[in-house]
Design a protein. Sequence first.
Length: 291
Amino acid sequence: GFNQGPSRRQQRPQQTDEDGFTTIVGRGSSRNLSSSNRGSNYSNRNVPQPRTPPPPTPPPPAATASASAPPPAPPPPAATVSASAPPPAASSSAAASEMPPALDKDKLERRLENMRKEFMQDPRNTEELLLSMQELRGTPNAGLTLVQQYADKIIDCSADEIKHIVTMEKILYEKGKLDKEDVQNGLMDAVEFSESSVYDCPRIYEYLGDILSMFLYLEAIDIAWLCEQCEKTKVTEESKAPIEIVKNVMEQTKTKYGSEVVTSIFGDSADKMAALLGNDNWNSIASSILG
């Protein structure tokens, strides 16, 4: 019987928990078993004592209490309080030390690309997406880089990939993993140089409309920002980028969020839109979309 216990412990493999600590299976259970045996022996030893008159009864509990706990009877409460105080300080310092290390530019870009691919494989696993973004909190401008990198990929993406990017960024923004500065600064170049991307991606304005309408609805961007960025696309007088961008943003807003939403966003901005697009162009777009 004694030879089986050690061999059983040697055959059980080591296991690593989620925090990276290695544990040996079975070690805790043997300790619990021995402590329970000690408890049963002790209770058997004291069974007759409760039947004795009150004078003999108090000494055994006092003796067992002092035997079970090294400190005297009065100190234990103070000892437990002082013993329990250090763990929070240790855990807080441990949490601070667990801040993920900053990734360099190449590693960050690879990680963001892997996040996009993983989300496309399982769009319902939003928890994994948020955890992945949380792991980048030690890297400066991770959110800005994400928006920029995904915007740069527009010309190489299919319509389905664009939908996943829009969904990803919507989740991250709503959960506080992206802020307005990330969105606004990250999308500037995509809007400004959109016209030069038409030959590589004929649906560039449609894709931009999908992304910008979502952030416009979430109030990460506003009409003033949209007009400012569209102004930058006027490289020549013949530039059609402002008209195409505004039209697609309005169409996507109406399709995804309804007529009331697109009217509430653009209805009070007629003057700004007319200044950006010209009266005739704005009136044509407004009449076809706003009615």
